[in-house]
Design a protein around this ligand. Structure first.
Ligand code: HEC
Length: 156
């Protein structure tokens, strides 16, 4: 009787191990399939157009274009100072250093946190949605400005 119970439990264990292995094989096989197909030229162009459209929008916001701010429903500054007046180019704020401990904020900050700090403090503007379209465009412009730089997160 005891022997039978032991046998059943051993069998159960084997079944469990086998199903775990099957699941893993399935997951690995599925992951291998992701990005396997190369994008065709038309799709790549569509992705690039979307990227460049965001860079252009970010550039306009960064340089204080009132039409762009109105379009996006954001108030990035109430002092009359655009980002570019203190940081002439998007690359001047070295986006490749983020995230890092930011002394002005006394906290560990991602690029978008610092963007909002500047909007709120020196610019006396209205903080923007960290996941919103205007933030994504500002980030796109800054990263585009520094394209090719070596990532160096945490640097000061
Ligand atoms: C009146 C001047 C002024 C304006 C306008 C301004 N900033 Fe700043 N910004 C600062 C100061 C001061 C710092 C902190 C010192 C530093 O890190 O260079 C800073 C730092 C930053 C940093 C971090 C740079 C780093 O390497 O740590 C980012 C990002 C940034 N600003 C983005 C913006 C954006 C985006 C705007 C426009 C919405 C903007 N700033 C407008 C003064 C300004």
């Amino acid at each position: 009787m005891k022997n039978n119970t032991q046998k059943t439990s051993r069998l159960l264990k084997m079944v469990m191990v086998f199903s775990c292995m099957l699941t893993m094989v399935f997951l690995v096989a599925n992951r291998a399939n992701a990005h396997k197909e190369a994008h065709d030229a038309e799709t790549l162009k569509a992705f690039d157009d979307e990227f460049i459209a965001n860079v252009i929008l970010g550039d306009r916001l960064y340089h204080g274009d009132p039409a762009a701010a109105e379009e996006m429903g954001v108030v990035l500054s109430k002092t009359g100072m655009a980002c570019a007046m203190c940081h002439p180019k998007g690359s001047d704020i070295h986006p490749y250093e983020f995230p890092k401990f930011q002394e002005q904020m006394s906290e560990f900050a991602a690029l978008r946190n610092m963007i909002n700090w500047c909007i709120e403090k020196p610019n006396e503007g209205e903080v923007i949605d960290a996941d919103g379209e205007a933030m994504k465009a500002l980030e796109a412009y800054m990263y585009w400005s520094t394209k090719g730089s070596v990532l160096d997160p945490g640097r000061h």
